[in-house]
Write a protein that binds this ligand. Structure first.
Ligand code: SF4
Length: 477
């Protein structure tokens, strides 16, 4: 008899998120606040988590593999993270393999100084930089692109740390939000295109930075503003200073943050995600109306767009699929694998909502289409009369080089199939996507967004042979 298998339920049919960063200065419980901030940002990365703190003289660090709660579950860990300043990081690997070696923050010593760094994004010229640094004698501890910046800081001739950081950042291209912690300063920087979100908040006398404002809400901090593209914010006992990187670039805010990645209760790029997502759904209803009885969402990420679609179309919104949030590693016997069980353990259709109904199913995006195919089958299995799929973004046709795990065109059904072929593949009665123009019109600051994965138009030069694992050590040598 074949051996049973365990299946990890990790949404492999959706673009994976990259990382979340958090920083706070001026709070006596800085590490605890960072823990809560990371907890709110858990959706941005589930592979590893870490916090570095400072007591004004030295840095303390703890990081590990797994979810935030499990990395910090030992009650002896938090008291060791002393001080009134801290930075934190949740990681989903976009460059570099997934292991403790690559967990962040990365803390190093150079010229008698300490610095820790946490990074969200992806550096597109990392291979070139790493090769240059290695030829000059640098020895890397990790396979992650984030470490490159620490080497550049260490090699900088600038004396003040912030100047060395700014010097290092002028050498890198791509998407980044960095938070650095030294014993006396927190430095937060966003790349000149502003691909990834980073916001600034305040809690009493403490200053807070975070990938999304939901991390401010959880600690009761007030949202102040978005950190601007190319802005470098320095926070120390003198207060807050803002500097600007010399490179100028047109803004390229990742539009996928509004479509799928960010939490709907967050403010990113100065805009409310909930509002943008509803508008995407409303625009979709205007562009792709449907004669049906009820609107449902693929939970949870499409819920808000589905509400927008229902509002605009005048149809009822119902919870037609229930998602099990407690799915982790599930035992599945080999003979059960044939029955779409990995989707069934995660979603259950609500027969009372769906039976004998013509249903509009709103999804936020289609990457490979494999899960959606199984879900359409599942929805039909309870006697649904018609299934009409509406997607609140255009077809994904190109890889992302800016920190999202869509690394090859071959994975993308939208790159090789037209809409009718995709409809047939997923088994829907009709299928329609939102247009690029409709998408840009629905989010605030429309043209200031990167849309490369939908249009193939990249805002930067892109490397010829980029892969996520480009720095993985070759053990055969
Ligand atoms: Fe975002 Fe797509 Fe641009 Fe990547 S390519 S930054 S996912 S819009």
């Amino acid at each position: 008899m074949p051996n049973p298998v365990y299946v990890e339920h990790n949404d492999d049919d959706v673009p994976r998120e990259y990382c979340g960063v958090f920083g706070i200065v001026g709070d006596p419980y800085a590490a605890e606040q960072a823990y809560l901030g990371l907890y709110a940002l858990q959706h941005r990365g589930q592979e590893s988590a870490g916090i570095a703190s400072s007591n004004g003289r030295e840095l303390f660090l703890h990081k590990g593999m797994g979810l935030v709660w499990s990395v910090f579950s030992d009650p002896e860990v938090m008291p060791r993270l002393k001080g009134s300043a801290a930075i934190g990081h949740n990681r989903y690997s976009t460059t570099g393999s997934s292991d403790l070696l690559n967990a962040q923050p990365i803390a190093v010593q150079y010229r008698g100084r300490q610095i820790a760094a946490a990074h969200n994004g992806n550096l597109v010229n990392s291979l070139e930089l790493r090769t240059m640094l290695e030829q000059k004698g640098s020895i890397f501890q990790t396979t992650s692109d984030s470490e490159i910046v620490l080497h550049l800081i260490a090699r900088s001739k600038a004396d003040a740390t912030v100047d060395a950081v700014m010097d290092a950042l002028t050498h890198i291209d791509g998407a980044y939000c960095f938070v650095f912690l030294t014993p006396t300063q927190l430095i937060a920087a966003r790349d000149p295109h502003g691909f990834r979100p980073l916001c600034l908040g305040r809690k009493g006398d403490a200053v807070v930075v975070a990938s999304e404002s939901c991390a401010l809400d959880i600690i009761g901090a007030e949202y102040i503003r978005s950190i601007e593209p190319g802005e470098v914010v320095v926070i120390d006992e003198e207060g807050l200073t803002s500097k600007t990187l010399p490179e100028r670039a047109s803004p390229s805010y990742c539009i996928f943050e509004h479509i799928y990645f960010s939490r709907p209760d967050s403010i990113i790029f100065g805009e409310k995600v909930d509002k943008a997502r509803r508008k995407l759904g409303k625009q979709l209803a205007r562009e792709a109306p449907c004669d049906a009885d009820v609107v449902i969402a693929i939970p949870d990420s499409a819920n808000t767009a589905a509400l927008g679609y229902a509002h605009e179309s005048g149809m009822r919104f119902e919870l037609g699929l229930i998602r099990n949030h407690y799915v982790g590693r599930t035992f599945i016997a080999p003979h059960q694998k044939e029955r779409d069980l990995d989707v069934r353990v995660k979603f259950n259709p609500v027969t009372g909502v769906l039976k004998n109904k013509r249903v509009v199913v709103v999804e936020d995006s289609i990457v490979r289409g494999t899960t959606l195919k199984q879900l359409v089958h599942l929805i039909r299995s309870v006697g649904t009369k018609e299934v009409h799929v509406r997607v609140s973004s255009p077809p994904v046709i190109s890889p992302c080089y800016y920190g999202i795990d869509i690394s090859s065109r071959g994975e993308l059904i939208g790159a090789s199939h037209d809409v009718e072929a995709i409809r047939r593949y997923i088994g829907a009665d009709t299928l329609a996507y939102l247009s690029v123009e409709g998408m840009l019109g629905a989010v605030g600051k429309g043209d200031a967004h990167c849309t490369a994965c939908f249009t193939g138009r990249y805002p930067t030069c892109i490397p010829e042979h980029f892969t996520k694992e480009q720095f993985v050590f070759d053990c055969r040598e």
